[in-house]
Design a protein around this ligand. Structure first.
Ligand SMILES: Cc1cc2nc3c(=O)[nH]c(=O)nc-3n(C[C@H](O)[C@H](O)[C@H](O)COP(=O)(O)OP(=O)(O)OC[C@H]3O[C@@H](n4cnc5c(N)ncnc54)[C@H](O)[C@@H]3O)c2cc1C
Length: 365
């Protein structure tokens, strides 16, 4: 079997790498190895339109059925990579199959972190993949009580979607304000107010305690302020862990090898735009083509029908400039440190995004 490019991980970054290779003239073998049984698909809708029941699973696929075969890209789905033999330049899959490579792209993404005290309880889950979203969607019947632990972007989105589906939602966050790394405190407070206006019960500076259980289910969740929730379902959204185990004990050394490239969430990103850019950049590196300059990437989120688009890191910001009316859910904000923009947010104003991005790209280092 000829080796060619093997992409470990059939998600966004891996898919973008494969299609860029073909589009830019690579004619050798390409194989995508995916742990999941599905065609590569897009995750952002899992906490938004798909969870809300507004999209069918087929529409999540990044490319339609048959596209990979047409492009001569082999898909090996449902058989995760178990290990890499770097000296022998081959992957070992969970089934025991071996796959040689000339170039390896590590694109296995990340998984949701769990709370060990809640692990294994039937009505406690995380949201990372399609089956997770289907399971949560089935539980979110009108009147159901959902407790979301963690008010990061995914927790915020799930709380909003669940509310739209008629659930009663409590959003519990350990920090005094959510999204510390992404939002200036004034903007984080605005988001908390938005959730509360929409009827989400937001509890800040609170942690969950040991659960009460019966028959393998959580029956009550005591909180650190002495209160107690009795949710039907608990969604844990407290961050992600990169899927690096298959790289062995010294993942750093493996990823430093010239024939191995790491992309997407596995490589430390946690946003869509960065995964796309890195997938494409890996393909160009393999082709020896000039690399496009690294774009200034950011994140987006949809919460209660409002589009949020953010960039930069607001740490240490000492001023904030607002344009528009936060009360109307349509404004932009630039956080400044010593007069220089360090972070920006567009709320309900997608057309402002190029102008906001330009503030950063035009700023000398
Ligand atoms: C619910 C949700 C909502 C999101 N919403 C937004 C958003 O609104 N905006 C935004 O910017 N970003 C969002 N993101 C983040 C974005 O989806 C990710 O940054 C992006 O998917 C990363 O792409 P990736 O290819 O690195 O990883 P993934 O898309 O996770 O793909 C990795 C693939 O590798 C597979 N895999 C894992 N281990 C192995 C193994 N050992 N062998 C083979 N395959 C393996 C996984 O099953 C997965 O299919 C969201 C993420 C989630 C989960």
């Amino acid at each position: 079997m000829s080796a060619g490019v093997v992409i470990a991980g059939g998600g966004l970054a891996g898919q973008r790498c494969a299609e860029t290779l073909r589009r830019e003239g690579y004619t050798g073998p390409i194989t995508i190895v995916g742990a999941e049984g599905h065609l590569p698909y897009d995750r952002p809708p899992l906490s938004k339109a798909f969870l809300a029941g507004e999209l069918e699973r087929e529409s999540l696929s990044l490319r339609p059925a048959g596209w990979h075969a047409e492009q001569g890209i082999e898909l090996r789905l449902g058989d995760p990579v178990a290990a890499v033999d770097v000296e022998g330049q081959r992957l070992v899959l969970a089934s025991g199959a071996e796959l040689p490579y000339m170039q390896l792209v590590a694109a296995t993404g990340s998984r949701a972190r769990t709370l060990p005290a809640l692990d294994g309880l039937a009505n406690v889950q995380t949201l990372r993949d399609l089956p997770d979203a289907e399971c949560l969607r089935a539980a979110l019947v009108p009147g159901a009580h959902l407790a979301v632990i963690g008010a990061g972007l995914i927790g915020q989105e799930i709380a909003a979607t669940a509310k739209k589906l008629g659930a009663q939602v409590t959003l519990v966050e350990a920090a005094p304000l959510p999204l510390e790394r992404a939002l200036h405190p004034d903007l984080a407070q605005w988001l908390v107010d938005l959730q509360r206006e929409e009827g989400v019960d937001v509890r800040l500076g609170i942690t969950s305690q040991a659960p009460e259980t019966a028959d393998g289910r959580l029956t009550a969740l005591p909180l650190s302020d002495g209160s107690r929730l009795t949710p039907d379902v608990v969604l844990v959204a407290i961050g992600v862990i990169p899927n690096r185990e298959w790289l062995g004990d010294d993942a750093q050394a493996v990823l430093a090898r010239p024939e191995i490239l790491a992309v997407g969430d596995l490589a430390g990103g946690d946003h869509w735009e960065l995964a796309v850019h890195q997938g494409r950049a890996a393909a160009r590196t393999i082709l020896g083509a000039p690399l496009a300059p690294t774009p200034f990437t950011g994140w987006w989120s949809d919460v209660h029908g409002v589009r949020l688009q953010g960039f930069g890191d607001p740490a240490g910001a000492d001023a904030i400039e607002l344009d528009g009316d936060p009360g109307e859910r349509s404004f932009s904000a630039v956080a400044l440190r010593d007069g220089r923009p360090v972070a920006a947010l567009a709320v309900g104003r997608p057309r402002e995004v190029p102008r906001l991005k330009a503030l950063f790209t035009a700023t000398p280092d």
